[in-house]
Ligand binder design. Structure first.
Ligand code: WTA
Length: 648
């Protein structure tokens, strides 16, 4: 059984690791027995204007969900990430930037990053951005993205980063939702040798009703490609920023003042803007980055995520920079110009720690072991995985081929809502089992519940909840605290509900089995089925649509769509193409349907609820175990769907 395969902690890693077995056990115990004492000590790892004396004030009571950490402390996140390193490592590289074109790369030192951040902060002030205002970032993977996040933090503005692959409509929705006065973008981004028209997308977004709140667009010149220009609204980044002073006082923020909003998909409704605050988030991002990757001074660390996702926030920008690390930021895609690119980047910049996603590993694995022949990767020491469950085959391949059978893999389970990693092996302390995220980080108390909310003990499978707060936890949903309470704290009273299913084995190891709600995870990207459905039904040919996930070799999950056509429309391949384009345009390419099946009817209960369980089984080609269909209003629709299933 793959379950039983164990990779013990390597002696060479344990000998120098921050945390070994004994320390893990002792610190974990302290962190749950005495959270106040533990976190008071850990808070010292970042810079405070005024150190906190009140450590933890958290309630999961659904009538009063209230989460505060370090609430009387004051700080500025950019000071911990920049100013405090100036004396000790001002000339050390903070960011290694690797462009889409393998010939493009540069190093930005902590001193330079500090100066650039201050300049942009001064420019933001000139534009009238004030403490508490929300600035939307729609950026390529260039150092200016990190600069923009830190510059917002510097003046107490709240950043809301929108992934550059989202459509104008998705961007507009997020600008409106956050009441954002300013968008920072670039003329174009470059990925895989192709230009992506970011500024055009912003222009299109700003024609949507409700976006009038946005007064200015600040544009980084990345490619010099042709763009439209709206006088009075649009400003070149270099015109405004380069002339500014390279120093800017850091705004004194309360620990519980918001640092950023980040939109993510849920099982119902529009994407929600999770609110993360300053003190707890930074302590947690920094601590997890140091211990889980066992980051040692001077090492080159590369997280392949995009800054548009939480992984980019916590583990490209805030965690590594708070730790004075060298963080690599890659503009392109792992398959360009060849599939050997990832390994070549590792060799070129002597990367020691690599953090990537199972979908990227599976995509490489599909090309065979030879895909890594163009690189040696012998600088690698620790490797990480994030975003979705990693299947043991992909884990083994990652370990053997990419890591030359010598690098521990930290499979890190966490979420946009958790701010930082929650369950993962510490490389010097915890034996690995391929496919398992293993054991909880300090202060994290996972539990498994049955559907009635009873806590299950021992080796079992259940719904994953967390029984107490940790500092990195999201505090609310921007502008909708009720939804926050409803989504995370009302299903199981007294717990934070993750939305994931999970199994615990006889060693207490956690194995995440995937979402138990209507959220899809496609190539590590979270997507709500409801979002895709509402996009589809907005098309005149679609009377009704149901979206489910199905197992996909590379993406983990693919998007399977059942469409009932409006009367007068006939099924055709052209219409399939049209609907595919429609969704891509409406949400973004990451939401592209993989399979569309015409469904004359959908399986519904007599009360009209679509039985997704059945649709998921048909999409997965598991039609033998459909279970009870007798409660359906019209069981015969199921036969038709099986007969005509599109995923053969
Ligand atoms: C899934 C990404 C298994 C999970 C950091 C979670 C994982 C969702 C893992 C959050 C992992 C993330 N093993 N599943 N190591 N990491 N997930 O908010 O379903 O984009 O709920 O945060 O991804 O996705 P999000």
């Amino acid at each position: 059984m793959t379950d039983q395969k164990v990779y013990p902690v390597r002696d060479d890693i344990a000998a120098n690791a921050w945390i070994d077995r004994e320390k893990y056990q002792a610190l974990y115990k302290q962190s749950v027995d005495d959270p106040e004492g533990f976190w008071a000590e850990q808070a010292k790892r970042i810079e405070w204007f005024k150190a906190p004396t009140k450590i933890k004030h958290t309630s999961y009571d659904p009538h009063d969900v209230d989460i505060r950490w370090f609430e009387d402390g004051t700080l500025n996140a950019s000071v911990s990430c920049l100013d405090r390193h100036l004396e000790t490592r001002g000339d050390q590289t903070a960011i290694i930037w690797e462009g889409d074109d393998p010939k493009d790369s540069k190093h930005v030192s902590y001193r330079e990053l500090h100066a650039k951040t201050c300049q942009l902060a001064n420019a933001l002030k000139e534009l009238g951005v004030r403490k508490g205002d929300v600035v939307t970032l729609y950026m390529p993977m260039i150092p200016e993205a990190a600069v923009a996040m830190l510059a917002c933090a510097r003046i107490g503005a709240v950043h809301s980063v929108v992934f550059g692959g989202f459509s104008p409509d998705a961007l507009a929705q997020r600008i409106i939702g956050a009441d954002s006065k300013l968008v920072i973008t670039a003329d174009e981004s470059v990925r895989g040798g192709k230009q992506v028209p970011l500024k055009d997308n912003v222009d299109a977004a700003l024609t949507r009703k409700g976006t009038e709140v946005c007064e200015n667009v600040l544009v980084v010149k990345r490619t010099g490609g042709e763009i439209e220009w709206k006088e009075g609204r649009d400003l070149w980044y270099h015109d405004l920023v380069d002339k500014q002073a390279t120093d800017c006082p850091a705004e004194e923020m309360n620990a519980e003042d918001p640092l950023f909003i980040l939109y993510t998909s849920g099982s119902t409704g529009a994407p929600k803007g999770l609110k993360h605050t300053t003190g707890g988030y930074l302590v947690y991002a920094s601590l997890t980055h140091q211990y889980i990757f066992d980051y040692q001074d001077g090492e080159v660390y590369w997280c392949t995520a995009d800054v548009g996702w939480v992984t980019g926030h916590s583990y490209i920008v805030y965690g590594p920079l708070a730790n004075g690390a060298i963080t690599l930021m890659f503009e392109g895609v792992p398959s360009y110009p060849t599939h050997g690119r990832m390994g070549e980047i590792v060799d070129k910049h002597k990367v020691n720690i690599l953090y990537t996603a199972p979908t990227a590993i599976r995509a490489l694995m599909a090309h065979g072991d030879g895909v890594m022949d163009s690189s040696k990767r012998d600088t690698l020491r620790v490797m990480g995985s994030v975003g979705e469950p990693i299947n043991p085959e992909a884990w083994e391949w990652y370990y053997r081929v990419i890591g030359n059978s010598k690098c521990p893999i930290v499979d890190t389970w966490w979420q946009t809502e958790t701010g930082g990693i929650m369950i993962a092996p510490l490389p010097g302390a915890i034996d690995l089992k391929p496919g398992s995220a293993t054991l909880p980080f300090f202060g994290v108390q996972p539990a498994l519940l049955d559907s009635e909310g009873n806590e299950l003990k021992g080796a079992v499978e259940g719904n994953l909840v967390i029984s107490d707060s940790w500092p990195g936890q999201a505090r609310s949903i921007w502008g909708d605290h009720d939804r926050f309470v409803q989504t995370y704290f009302s299903t199981y009273k007294g717990y934070y509900f993750t939305g994931d299913g999970c199994r615990r084995d006889e060693d207490g190891y956690y194995w995440i089995t995937g979402r138990v709600d209507d959220v899809l995870n496609v190539s590590g990207h979270r997507m709500g089925t409801a979002e895709i459905e509402s996009s589809l039904v907005a098309h005149e040919a679609v009377a009704e649509a149901a979206v489910v996930g199905f197992p996909h070799d590379i993406k983990g999950q693919g998007i399977y769509i059942y469409v009932t056509l409006t009367e007068g429309y006939e099924p055709s391949d052209e219409l399939k193409k049209e609907l595919t384009l429609w969704v891509r345009k409406d949400i973004g390419p990451i939401a592209s349907p993989d399979v569309i099946q015409w469904a004359p009817g959908l399986p519904k209960t007599r009360s009209g609820k679509i039985m997704r369980r059945i649709l998921r089984k048909i999409a997965a080609n598991e039609t033998d175990g459909l279970g009870d269909t007798s409660t359906l209003a019209d069981p015969s629709v199921v036969d038709d769907l099986i007969e005509n299933r599109a995923n053969r």
